[in-house]
Design a binder for this molecule. Structure first.
Ligand code: FES
Length: 199
């Protein structure tokens, strides 16, 4: 069971884990970069969201809201991209073969799970019970993560981990990779979340 909600007063997305009997209840709040305008009501109803990624530097991440969900955009460095194939043996679904129609649009069924290799676009909701994982983009040993960590995301609710392509590691509670939402590039610096060329 999950309970994901927008708090209109504070403009934060709250991911609340995760049902009675789980390891406690954990809430994470992710501030959004945008503020509400009248058009936000249309967005909440499902309209596509335009994002300016022109100022996002390699190694940086931003979060936008689409259909009440956090969508992460990560600009991966060349080193981070190079690490992806090396991680494959540690992953549950390295080639994104599970639920492809639901989780990975055809144009993202590749090693980097994206249209442009450097940009990851993924819905930041854990495929276990719906918490929002924390970004752990830096490589290297750190609390709750393996010593050979290459950067990715850590779900504090029950310890699932995802790589920098949103692919879930083996033997974790989360069964599936993170969802890549429909999206397309309107220009080099403009991304549209929620629509693609087939929509
Ligand atoms: S919600 Fe349980 S590991 Fe993410």
């Amino acid at each position: 069971m999950s309970n994901d909600a927008i708090d209109p007063a504070r403009r934060t997305w709250i991911g609340i884990a995760c049902g009675a009997g789980a390891i406690g209840t954990v809430a994470t709040a992710v501030p959004f970069i945008s503020t509400f305008s009248p058009s936000e009501r249309a967005k909440a109803a499902g309209a596509a969201v335009e994002v300016d990624i022109g100022t996002l530097k390699p190694g940086e991440m931003t979060t936008v809201e689409w259909r009440g969900k956090p969508v992460w955009i990560v600009r991966r460095t060349p080193e981070q991209l190079a690490s992806l194939p090396k991680i494959d043996p540690q992953l549950a679904d390295p080639k994104s073969l599970r639920k492809p129609g639901e989780l990975t649009p055809e144009y993202a069924r590749n090693e980097h799970r994206s249209i442009k290799p450097e940009f990851l676009v993924a819905v930041g909701i854990c495929s276990h019970l719906g918490c929002s994982p924390s970004a752990k983009l830096q490589a290297g040993a750190q609390p709750s993560l393996p010593d050979d960590w290459q950067g990715g995301f850590f779900c504090p609710c029950h310890g699932s981990t995802f790589d920098l392509a949103g692919r879930v590691f083996k033997n974790k509670p989360a069964p599936d990779n993170l969802e890549v939402p429909p999206h397309m590039y309107l220009s080099d610096s403009k991304l549209l979340i929620g629509e693609d060329k087939k929509a």
